[in-house]
Ligand binder design. Structure first.
Ligand code: CP
Ligand code: NVA
Length: 303
């Protein structure tokens, strides 16, 4: 049976194992990884990417394999070939496919018809590979996942959804502070609450940023305007005005809090320069860990 990673839930059994493998790989960057020699990753990107593309491509190179960047506009996919047929054809060539898509349904469709593993490289619902790097960074800095509070301030978007699931699985308290009407997906909140009952952590959704960050060990934010939402820019910037992570807001957090952001950041909007450049900020370690976790994930899927 092939294995896909479409949601954080697809790592329900081994999220922490993948994190630990990534930590090990970070220390042995160029070690031989025989099971991944000569293996090929096909990467379909419907949206731009810096970190995801470069980390996956570098990961395959360091694992002794190869990656092919596929822009739908240069593929027959852009001329109407179906996702299902694309999946079946690519499966005859490559060993694993990553897909950054506008629609979650298309990632599911690709996975359904591909006979090789499919990695969700971000869609409108989740960003599971980012979560592995985020919690790896938290483990490096805080050494454990329980008795920690992660506050996410901002849009209840793909990042918020995946953070909810990741925190619940690993037993980290999570508080989401977002404007009314911009909460994470209802079914994901429910799923996170169900898992949290088992792992013994709290899942809270509030509409006040200061309430969310109260005594937080980790403060996380993401862009207000996600890729594909450009036409909502004016409207959303108005609604999110009070949700900026700035010096005043972080004063409510625990003294040794860390600041995280999946990047790219829009300084002066969701976060001030002062906070992202402060000693509390771990955003570039977090970005670097995208490489190590890409290797952890690819090795897990291919080995
Ligand atoms: N965080 C993240 O996924 O960045 P990219 O859009 O650059 O891949
Ligand atoms: N929420 C952002 C994440 C970018 C990594 C987006 O979807 O554009």
């Amino acid at each position: 049976m092939k294995r896909d990673i479409i949601s954080v839930m697809d790592m329900e059994e081994d999220l922490e194992d993948i994190i630990d493998l990534s930590i090990k790989m970070k220390k042995q960057r160029y070690q031989d990884f025989e099971p991944t020699y000569g293996r090929v990753l096909g990467m379909i990107f419907e949206k731009p990417s810096t970190r995801t593309r470069v980390s996956l491509e570098t990961a395959m190179a360091q694992l002794g394999g190869h990656a092919i960047y596929l822009n739908p506009n240069d593929m027959q996919l852009g001329r109407g070939e179906t996702v299902a047929d694309t999946a079946r054809v690519l499966s005859r060539f490559v060993d694993v496919i990553s897909y950054r898509a506008f629609k979650h349904e298309n990632v599911l469709e690709l996975a359904k018809h591909a006979s090789v593993p499919v990695i969700n490289a971000l869609d409108d619902v989740e960003h599971p590979v980012q979560i592995v790097a985020d919690f790896m960074t938290i483990k490096e800095r805080k050494h454990h996942f329980s008795n920690l509070k992660l506050a996410y301030v901002g849009d209840g978007n793909n990042m918020a959804n995946s953070l909810l699931l990741g925190a619940a699985l690993l037993g980290t308290d999570i508080s989401i502070g977002c404007p009314k009407g911009y909460e994470p997906r209802k079914e994901i909140i429910e799923k996170a609450r169900e898992i949290a009952r088992k792992t013994g952590c709290k899942v809270e959704i509030v509409n006040s940023p200061s309430e969310a960050v109260q005594s937080a060990d980790v403060i996380y934010t993401d862009v207000w305007i996600s890729m594909g939402e450009e036409k909502l820019k004016e409207q959303k910037e108005k609604v999110f005005g009070g949700f900026q992570v700035n010096s005043e807001l972080v004063a409510n957090a625990s003294r040794d809090y860390i600041f995280m952001h999946c990047l790219p950041a829009h300084r002066g909007l969701e976060v001030t320069d002062e906070v992202i450049e402060s000693l509390h900020s771990v955003v570039f370690d977090e970005a670097e860990n995208r490489l190590h976790t890409a290797k952890g994930i690819l090795y897990t899927l291919l080995a």
